[in-house]
Design a protein around this ligand. Structure first.
Ligand code: FDA
Length: 304
């Protein structure tokens, strides 16, 4: 039911009149604040400090995707440079999460690759890493290939893989020799049955079947990105025979008590902290993950 809902909800939320109402209203912004740390880097750093005090690290994501002009791509690169400088100077336990279409992969792949290599070097100097978010399936192959290429020289990159895609079992096999970190998540976009498992049960089974090879590979740092307690406890069982480190990852504003419980149990937890003014596409994915979220949002908009 969950995935069907997601496939129905996302196109409606992406319709421009809905986006206009949501982004133009105070209600839209206040619902977004549940999932987004704020519009500025300062707000994101404040959230990062709070989470760090609670024993967690963060992955900072400056919101933006599907960028279509060089100026916006250059601005995204500059924003991430500033973010890395702040991480280093303030000693925050953070890495970056970046989307390749935000760096311009959609219209100038060479420039996006150069930007990624530059960010990887800057992250290395700040003693941290970069995770490449995985976007919808139009971008999967290009993203995997660019990750593979830049990771070969950079060494401090990681990539998100989506359990709902049939191809992920092969991508995981292909990428394990690259080292770095692999963030395993279920997948947040509406994908067709030709490419992706459709039911929640099938996606969960796929995730569960990808966990053993990922957790068994000691050369890769697994980042298990889910709020699903069954998959978290499966990971816990697999971790018993693992000697190298791994971490759980969760999203800002989602299942905070569970985040705290894992920290209390001695596990590493990293929280994905998005910030910035381009929050609407991110919000649509969070709303589509849970009918209750969407109902809350619709009621708030109607009642505004
Ligand atoms: P599931 O959706 O089954 O949720 C399990 C439980 O978690 C729910 O019952 C509910 O309690 C809670 N929950 C989950 N989502 C919620 C929400 N939006 N609001 C309130 N409660 C919620 N996807 C992608 O395609 N590319 C990517 O790069 C990433 N990156 C990423 C990083 C991190 C750190 C996380 C945690 C997730 C992603 N995702 C992602 C999103 C991921 O693919 C997936 O859509 C969400 O994590 C929801 O799936 P769960 O695994 O949490 O399971």
């Amino acid at each position: 039911m969950g995935r069907v809902f997601q496939r129905l909800a996302l196109p409606v939320l992406h319709a421009s009149p809905v986006e206009r109402v949501a982004t133009g209203s105070r209600v839209g912004r206040s619902v977004a604040r549940r999932f987004v740390a704020g519009e500025t880097l300062e707000e994101a750093l404040a959230a990062a400090r709070r989470l760090q005090q609670a024993g967690m690290s963060v992955s900072l994501n400056h919101l933006g995707e599907e960028v279509t002009d060089p100026k916006a791509a250059a601005q995204a690169l500059e924003d991430y440079r500033v973010c890395l400088t702040a991480i280093a100077s303030e000693g925050i336990d953070a890495n970056l999460s970046v989307k390749l279409t935000q760096l311009g992969m959609g219209f100038d792949p060479e420039a996006a690759e150069a930007a990624l290599a530059e960010l990887a070097a800057a992250a290395g100097a700040a003693n941290t890493t970069i995770t490449i978010d995985m976007e919808d399936s139009r971008w999967t192959e290009q993203t995997v290939a660019m990750y593979e290429k830049v990771q070969r020289s950079a060494g401090n990159l990681g990539l998100a893989l989506q359990a709902y895609l049939y191809r992920t079992v092969d991508d995981l096999r292909r990428l394990l020799p690259s080292g770095g970190h692999i963030r395993l998540c279920k997948g947040a976009y509406a994908e067709p049955p030709t490419l992706a498992w459709q039911s929640a049960g099938e996606v969960d089974d796929s995730f569960a079947s990808l966990l053993p090879p990922l957790m068994a590979c000691e050369e890769v740092y697994p980042a298990i990105a889910t709020h699903d307690e069954r998959l978290i406890s499966l990971t816990r069982n697999l971790a018993v025979s693992r000697t190298a480190a791994f971490e759980y990852q969760m999203m800002y504003g989602v299942r905070e008590p569970l985040q705290g419980r894992l920290v209390a149990d001695g596990f590493r937890v990293r929280v994905y902290v998005p910030y910035g003014s381009h929050w609407y596409p991110y919000l649509t994915r969070r709303l589509a993950e849970r009918p209750a979220n969407l109902m809350f949002f619709v009621r708030a908009l109607i009642g505004r």
